[in-house]
Design a protein. Sequence first.
Length: 150
Amino acid sequence: MLKVGDTAPDFALEEFDGPETTLSELLDGKSLVVYFYPADFSPVCTREACALRDRHDALREVGVRVLGVSPQGRESHRRFRESYQLPFALLSDPSRKVIDAFGVNGPLGFGVRRATFLIGPDRVIRTRAVAEIFLGSHMDLIQAAIDGSS
């Protein structure tokens, strides 16, 4: 798994309603929260997405964008985003190339670990949180980004 200080690999993935987008395009001189999650509509993933939604304006105010990545397809992401009014992009990684590049595969290569990375404009990972079920460390990372203490 990528660590603090590592350079995040550039990637290209599709959102449900558009062409491929790259990490470099998403950064565009700003910091970026990239969070990996196992599945749309699962209880913990829904709580996490809604918590990020509720903090989205505060993140934008300090120049931080948000991006979710999971292996579900574009249509699942569209429904998830619309159902919970998520204001950030959800990118599909069915081939798991970005999941592999960040090292967030689940145990024995199955599933996806719940991991959140704060990536600076220079693609360097500033901080990360990894916890499968409990969201506290993920939300602490988000709050630190809002407070400017990451």
